[in-house]
Write a protein that binds this ligand. Sequence first.
Ligand SMILES: Cc1ncc(COP(=O)(O)O)c(C=O)c1O
Length: 391
Amino acid sequence: MKFAGRLDLVPPYLFAELERKIEEKHRAGIDVISLGIGDPDLPPPPEVVEEMRRQVAEPANHRYPSNRGLEPFREAVAGFYRDRFNTEIDPDTEVIPVLGGKEGVAHIALACLEPGDVSLSPEPGYPPYTSGPLFAGADLHYLPLRAENDFMPALADIPTQVADRANLLFLNYPNNPTGAILADGFFERAIDFARRHSLIVVHDSSYSEIAFEGYRPPSFLETPGAKDVGVEIFSLSKGWNMTGWRVAWIAGNAEIVERYRQLKTNLDSGMFDALQLAAVAALTRARDFPQEMSQVYRRRRDLMIEALAATGLPAAPPKATPYIWAAIPEGYSSATFTELVLEEAAVVVSPGPSFGPSGEGYVRISLTVADDRLEEAARRIASSLRVAATA
Ligand SMILES: Cc1ncc(COP(=O)(O)O)c(C=O)c1O
């Protein structure tokens, strides 16, 4: 059999490899604690589940949806942006539902890039910032996110000939995997850069609702001029514990939204109407739910940071996201450290380089497991490090 060569352009999907390792341990009867994947352990808001139950019982909701999305869904998104970000979105032309943020990230590349174009993709970063452009036949230019730059891309370092060939710039704040938050004035600089080089900015806002100590992450669309150059991808997955539902949207520049709709009419048939109507409940009646979840993650963050510090692994507490980006101890690579905690502690963490080469020297710890399991994982990591130190 012959398959498309584009599938070989990207390494096996990070989490597929982690899942395989976890499965192996499970089969061997080992109690593995996975801090590898950002998949919330707690249930969605009850109002949303109840609304879904009601809407799924409506026969009219079971027909093909439209790719544009239902008016109540688009209105609810506009209302949410107005109240949360003080930003106006035209529900008729500036928003489209997508089947999870991942669909948006991967497919926006198909709508915006062609062979010969360049995608400016941050790394370490969410893997579809790489695979989406490669599948579209475009070239990649990685933007390294380094601690010394507060994990912001250095736009000024991009060679002019690369910037001129670029047609897409991915940004993501609060950031996965580093947990970094947006630096002051960065969106303004990105808009200016996009104007100078005629490129499209896609801001992935998947983590804007998980933030701590009063910090409220901004929307890209709040920045003057943002809608002239780009769009934002927003997902209910993390803030509302709805990863399995696949509910997200792309909002912003009307031309990009329309082009995306055109692409989608050829790829899928839109989001189940019942899901869209349940999402309305999330955005109206359960609007504050992510703040409750942020309290939970803040408690878990402190617990894990304290445990890591006690084992000589100081990590900065993130101001947002359910992730700790921990620098690994001297004498290890990200891979050998990940191997150590998997083999000695049966704890799964994500090695930094799985998010890109600049992730070397780090692991990502996800806080999406119950407190008692997280405490147990911290205890096990500490004892595996003690064992390794005395070995
Ligand atoms: C940065 C980032 N963007 C987008 C997503 C996609 O989330 P979903 O497809 O569940 O909306 C994730 C999920 O982990 C992510 O980390």
